[in-house]
Write a protein that binds this ligand. Structure first.
Ligand SMILES: C[S@@+](CC[C@H](N)C(=O)[O-])C[C@H]1O[C@@H](n2cnc3c(N)ncnc32)[C@H](O)[C@@H]1O
Length: 215
């Protein structure tokens, strides 16, 4: 789903019908997410899912980290590009919903490569020492600035990081935003743009994806 008025529903349908098709397991997961969850719009969805899949296939990562599993849609897209002996760690704190990603992970051809943990991402990043080739951050926006600092020691030259929702429904254009999430996202985008350790650009796909590469 696109939140930008510039992208009409017709254009959105056009974009979708001219992208690679979505594997059947993802179609079913998307439908079940819309049937069974109260905030289905949180799912990465078709176009962003294909972006994650293609990037992952280009990078062929050994270690992927996802912060914010939700129902596991993006996890399965990212897993499509893993090396044969690669692993994706995906973190969430929502115990009640965990049955849903678990069900699809078990069914997936990547089941042995997915390490789904119910753990706060801040605790994980502080305790764990793994270096990641690809990181997708799509969780609590208020902590995005903290995630940027915490993720850096887990990167090496060439690692790719994506932060989702960095246009925040267009609210990043507000001069003095009252909402904390908007303030944090604006701060994050500025920090990334000024950080000499990264090259980046914001892709205006869906709600905006900040695509970064560690130099
Ligand atoms: C936007 S959803 C993730 C969507 C998912 N990546 C996808 O593309 O389908 C955000 C998720 O982040 C989780 N979350 C929030 N705070 C978190 C934290 N501190 N650590 C890990 N996950 C967190 C929420 O429970 C929620 O399921």
């Amino acid at each position: 789903m696109s939140f930008f008025e510039e992208i009409s529903p017709e254009m959105d349908r056009y974009l979708e019908s001219h992208a690679s098709s979505e594997p059947d397991i993802l179609k079913r997961l998307r439908k079940e997410t819309f049937r069974k969850t109260t905030q289905p719009h949180m799912i990465s969805g078709y176009q962003q899912g294909r972006l994650l899949s293609i990037l992952s296939k280009m990078l062929q990562p050994k270690n992927i980290l996802e912060i914010g599993t939700f129902t596991g849609y993006a996890t399965l897209c990212l897993a499509e590009g893993l090396k044969k002996d690669g692993k994706i760690i995906t973190l969430d704190v929502n115990q009640e919903l965990a049955y849903l990603p678990r069900k699809y992970f078990e069914e997936s051809v990547f089941s042995n490569q997915i390490d789904f943990r119910l753990q706060d991402a801040r605790d994980f990043l502080a305790d764990n020492k793994t270096l990641f080739d690809l990181v997708f951050i799509d969780a609590d926006k208020e902590n995005y600035v903290e995630y940027l600092a915490l993720i850096k020691p887990h990167l090496r030259s060439g690692s790719v990081v994506l932060f989702d929702n960095v246009l925040w429904y267009g609210k990043v254009l507000e001069e003095n935003p009252k909402q904390k999430a908007t303030q944090r996202i604006k701060e994050l985008n500025s920090l990334i743009a000024q950080d000499e350790d990264f090259e980046n650009l914001i892709l205006p796909l869906r709600d905006g994806v900040n695509l970064m590469r560690m130099k």
